[in-house]
Design a protein around this ligand. Structure first.
Ligand code: PLP
Length: 376
């Protein structure tokens, strides 16, 4: 059996090596390492895939969030509502820009921000909502957009974990997550569903003015070279990463289906077990399984992880400490926030290996060991 990894980027590369190597060499030969043809081609292809008007490539998913928040003109002290149960980048950027993160609860089934919790957290200082499509499942965007409209708030979708996910609206229409809010952001970190072989990110919007402003912010606030109209940053997707991503974008749906097949296998093996809750999929969302995350019920999680590690099965806790309890936010004095769902998830979730190159032998091996432990 091939060794099991959380994400097997090496095996995935080997399966597409000739195309990737040729694309990289084409960039090397062109010597257009920054802003080359590959970047333009990828940006266009990605925009078409997402069915969004404007796509702005940038250096990583964290920068994408930062550029989005800068473009909205948020002022120090403005409140931004975000889930506490997410990767730190989402909320770190809020604090970096001197905005005030307002942490709210997630839904215990989808692990995504709760629309009701958003509503309850709104104050006169609230300016934006940053939902995260966690683990590859959509946040409840229809309800979120309704609240945003009602209270005149911006919505920035953090789509770093859910590229390719479909959102089904109650009127029967479907849109890609990341294209529904005011702005959407994503990451091409190697382990993401659309992963580069280095860093990368992108920003999406249907608003022409915002697109224009974000393009400038990502490029030192300039439109014309050496004429800097606003304070921006330097955030570029390089040509080699774009060339790699162009090849992988054409396979994204196939890759997401491979992840869905892995999840279906796990679900079937774990169905009805009293000690685990398998991932929930709401009718409004597809699931692209950036992670396959179980909720444990009366199980010693550390002992399970240790047992799995002992038989060479990796597992991860995403995320062991919620945002509101991170020392970086100590000055906001959030340690007494009442977050029962987030606290419970923090203590009960465990993610199993999931990627595009898993085979049935590996899956059987993982499932039998998980069940062995649970049934002992
Ligand atoms: C990965 C990730 C990011 C940040 O992306 P980077 O490219 O690593 O900067 C932001 N938000 C979420 C939810 C992520 O998973």
């Amino acid at each position: 059996m091939r060794s099991i990894q959380m994400v097997d980027t090496k095996s995935q590369y080997l399966a597409i090596k000739p195309a990737i190597d040729a694309a990289i060499h084409e960039v090397l030969d062109s010597a257009a390492y920054i802003n080359g043809k590959a970047v333009q081609e990828f940006t266009l292809a990605l925009g078409n895939y997402m069915k969004v008007k404007y796509t702005i490539p940038c250096a990583n998913g964290t920068d994408a969030l930062q550029i989005a928040m800068m473009a909205l003109g948020l002022q120090p002290g403005d409140e931004v509502i975000t889930p506490s149960f997410t990767y730190i980048a989402t909320t770190e950027v809020v604090a970096l820009l001197k905005l005030t993160p307002v942490f709210v609860e997630v839904d215990p089934q989808t692990f995504c921000i709760s629309a009701e919790a958003i509503r309850n957290a709104i104050t006169p200082r609230t300016k934006a909502i940053v939902p995260v499509h966690l683990y590859g499942h959509a946040a409840p965007m229809e309800a979120i957009m309704q609240i945003a409209q009602e209270f005149n708030l911006y919505v920035i979708e953090d789509n770093a974990q859910a590229i390719g996910c479909d959102y089904h609206f109650s009127d029967g229409t479907t849109q890609k997550t990341g294209t529904i809010g005011t702005i959407g952001t994503t990451s091409f970190y190697p382990s993401k569903n659309l992963g580069a072989y280095g860093d990368g990110g992108a920003i999406f919007t249907n608003d022409e003015m915002l697109a224009h402003k974000m393009r400038m912010i990502a490029n030192h606030g300039q439109q014309k070279r050496y004429y800097h109209e606003l304070v921006g940053c330097n955030s570029r997707l390089d040509s080699i990463q774009a060339a790699i991503l162009n090849i992988k974008l054409a396979k994204l749906d196939e890759y997401n289906r491979a992840r869905q097949a892995v999840a279906a296998f796990y679900n079937q093996q774990f169905a009805g077990h009293s000690k685990i809750v398998t991932p929930f999929v709401a009718d409004y969302s597809s699931h692209v399984y950036h992670q396959y995350t179980l909720q444990l019920n009366g199980v010693d999680r550390d002992a399970l992880a240790q047992y799995l590690g002992g038989v060479n099965i990796p597992s991860m806790i995403y995320y062991p400490v919620p945002g509101h309890l991170q020392p970086m936010f100590a000055s906001f004095k959030l340690e007494h926030l009442d977050m029962p769902v987030t606290d419970a998830l923090t203590n009960s979730v465990i993610s199993l290996p999931i990627h595009t190159e898993m085979d049935e032998e590996q899956l059987n091996y993982i499932c039998s060991h998980v069940l062995n432990f649970l049934n002992q």
